[in-house]
Design a protein around this ligand. Sequence first.
Ligand SMILES: Cc1cc2nc3c(=O)[nH]c(=O)nc-3n(C[C@H](O)[C@H](O)[C@H](O)COP(=O)(O)O)c2cc1C
Length: 233
Amino acid sequence: MKIKTCPICGKEFPCYADEDGRTCWCESFPKINIDDALDCLCPDCLADKVIEQGYSQNEISTLHKETIGVSMKILVVYYSLDGNTKYLAECIAESVGADVLRLMPVKDIKNNKMKYFFGGKQASLRTKPELQSFDVDIIEYDLIIIGTPVWAFTMAPAVRSFLNKVELKDKKIGLFSCHRGGRGKAITHMKELLDGNEILSTTNFQEPIKGEQDKKEQICSWAQNLIETVKSQ
Ligand SMILES: Cc1cc2nc3c(=O)[nH]c(=O)nc-3n(C[C@H](O)[C@H](O)[C@H](O)COP(=O)(O)O)c2cc1C
């Protein structure tokens, strides 16, 4: 997949032309003459051009809807200490072309045997550690996917910090957790902090890096379904 920039509006979008075994989203649009000086257009600008050249709004809006997953801006936000949540976040990002924000506490717990004591204590006390600053404008995303490891049967403290820090309203959200067999109420607690948003789907994985390929397929199809849900709304 290549990321291109629309020469008309400047928006970035994925291009799948010349990729083995995959057709690009633009091939479902009618073939039209576009100024040779222009490279590929994003779904919105291509839809406008097609209408300019005589196609009806109705015909195009159906096609255009099909490309929502293409023009949709998706962000995957996660915290990970041992790599499980990171692994799934990266699988999602790769499969749906999402941006990624990894949450990093300014002072994270040390990854040694004492992590269960110190991390469990932080999580149980609902601590909100200060996060390293990040340069992501959450508001511009249409779909936000948030992943957490389960710590002491709830979300990891860094995820709690994030949900308290950013003001999410009216966003479409997907949530996932990684655990070792006792998922507890991590997802329920995240939902409580996300009141006022639309939680489209949630999922939980037990130690995904132990069964990589299988889990990769599961998380990718979950993410694709999320996009389908948004499209069908
Ligand atoms: C401080 C701490 C507390 C944990 N508490 C739980 C728990 O309550 N239930 C559970 O199933 N796993 C628990 N785990 C295991 C992690 O949820 C699991 O290993 C997860 O896959 C780690 O994700 P990560 O690799 O992205 O850090 C805990 C791990 C740590 C470090």
